[in-house]
Design a protein around this ligand. Structure first.
Ligand code: CO
Length: 148
């Protein structure tokens, strides 16, 4: 593939939806990202399926849809709980917005990327989410998300 000829793939919205950061203490994380770094806190909610409490902060007070998503596990026996145990707090995943999940996933499959969940799962903030295997994406856990 000639990198000058890359065209936008079907199904993707062409923007980062959020950056997921694992924290041990959500309030401390909110104090850092909102109180010191100046992002606007827009929601705190629990995602029982993932045993998580999450806070959403706007990446840009002036506009845009991107967010920082702080992830605090409610149970050490959860995906993010095990991540914290192994690696400590830090960058957990980067989520890309899709406007057509079916088309986006078809492209990923056709490119040989493995999906960690074959069917979209309900995530936080009224989104459905699919994760790509980080071994296929240069070591970064990538989430594709779209409105349900
Ligand atoms: Co996410």
């Amino acid at each position: 593939m000639d990198i000058r000829d890359i065209t936008p793939p079907a199904g993707m919205a062409g923007r980062v939806d959020h950056i997921g950061i694992a924290v041990t203490d959500l309030e401390e994380g909110i104090r850092l990202y909102a109180g010191l770094l100046g992002l606007e806190l827009i929601a705190v909610e629990e995602v029982p399926r993932e045993k998580l409490k999450v806070a959403l902060l706007k990446l840009d007070r002036a506009g845009g849809a991107g967010c920082v998503e702080l992830l605090q596990p409610l149970d050490p026996d959860s995906n993010v709980g095990r991540f914290l145990e192994k690696k400590g707090p830090g960058l957990h995943h980067v989520a890309f917005a899709a406007d057509d999940m079916g088309a986006a996933l078809a492209n990923c499959r056709a490119a040989g990327l493995r999906l960690l969940n074959e069917e979209p799962l309900p995530g936080a903030h009224g989104k459905q989410v699919v994760f790509l295997h980080p071994k296929d994406t240069a070591g970064v856990l990538i989430e594709i998300c779209s409105r349900m």
